[in-house]
Design a protein around this ligand. Sequence first.
Ligand SMILES: NC(=O)c1ccc[n+]([C@@H]2O[C@H](COP(=O)([O-])OP(=O)(O)OC[C@H]3O[C@@H](n4cnc5c(N)ncnc54)[C@H](OP(=O)(O)O)[C@@H]3O)[C@@H](O)[C@H]2O)c1
Length: 288
Amino acid sequence: MARVLIAGCGYAGIALGMRLAREGHVVWGLRRRPELLPAMIHPLKGDLFVQESLPVIPAASDFVFYTAAAARADDASYSLAYVTGIENLLRHLVGTGQTPKRIFFTSSTAVYAQTGGEWVDETSDALPCEFSGRRLLEGEQLLSRGPFPATVVRMAGIYGPGRTRLIEQALRGEWVLQPARLRYSNRIHRDDCAGVLRHLMLLRAPTSLYLGSDDEPSDQSEVLRWLAKRLEGVLSAPQAHVIANSGGPRSNKRCRNLRLKQSGYSFLFPTFREGYESILAGMDLLRR
Ligand SMILES: NC(=O)c1ccc[n+]([C@@H]2O[C@H](COP(=O)([O-])OP(=O)(O)OC[C@H]3O[C@@H](n4cnc5c(N)ncnc54)[C@H](OP(=O)(O)O)[C@@H]3O)[C@@H](O)[C@H]2O)c1
C-alpha cells in the first residue's frame, strides 16, 4: 500500500484521497482549511503559497499529487497557484528529505490555444496566448525539470456532484443561443478525474503527459439542450428563454484521450450523458 500526499486537497483531491484511502492506501491531504477534509484523509494544515507554513510530512510519501487551484481568474492568482505553490512544494519536499517515486500535477487543457475546433492531444502545440495557459505551462515545466519523476495530466473542465451550474441553468429554462458555428468544450467527471490519477499512480511506467478528458467533446448548448430535455417533467415553468452561449471566450478545440485509454484506463462516464444522468439521479431530479 502506498503513502500518498495530496497538496491542495479540494474537490478532485478529496475524491482521489477517499478512493485511495478506501483501498487501504495512507493519504494525507494538505490545505489551508484541513478541517474540511473527510475523516479518511489525514489532515495537514499549510499554505502552499507561504513556504514557512508548510508542515513536516509525517512519513515518506511514495506519491505526491499537486491539485491546488487558483482562487480567482487573474494572472496573480494563477501565478501563485501554478508557479509559486509548485516551487514551494518542490523545495519543501527536497528540504525535508522526501523522495517520492513520482509527482503528479493536474494542469489544464487551457494550455492549448487552438480555436478552430481541431483535435488536440499530447503531441499538439501548447502555445497559450492567455495568462491562464501560460502560468499552467510554467508550472508543468517546473515539474518536468524538477528533482522527481513527474507526470502532468491536462484536465478538461471538471464536473460532478455539487458542481451543478449547468443543471441549474437548465432548470431555469435557460437555453443557449446557437452560435454561428459549433464551439467545442471538453469535460471530465470528478470520479474519472480521481480514477485517472489513481490509474496513473498504479501504472508501472506512466509517461510525462496525458490529456484527461472524456470521449466526447461537445458544444455546451448541446449539453444544455440534453439536460433540459431530460428534465422536461421536472421544470415547473418551462418558459425557455434564450441566453448567450457562455462557453469560454475563444476556446474551441477537441481533446483526444487516446493515450490515456491506450494506457488501460476505462472511463466511468465516457460522455456528459452518463455523467449528468448520474448527477441528476443523485439530486433526485429524474422523471419517474
Ligand atoms: N475545476 C476544473 O474545471 C479544472 C479544470 C482543469 C484543471 N483543473 C485543475 O484540477 C485541480 C483540482 O481542481 P478542483 O476543481 O478540485 O479545485 P478546488 O476544488 O478549488 O480545490 C483546490 C484546493 O486547493 C486548496 N488550496 C488552494 N490554495 C491553496 C494554498 N495556498 N495552500 C494549500 N491549499 C490550497 C484549496 O483548499 P483551501 O482553500 O482549504 O486551502 C482547495 O481545496 C486543480 O489543480 C485545477 O487547477 C481544474
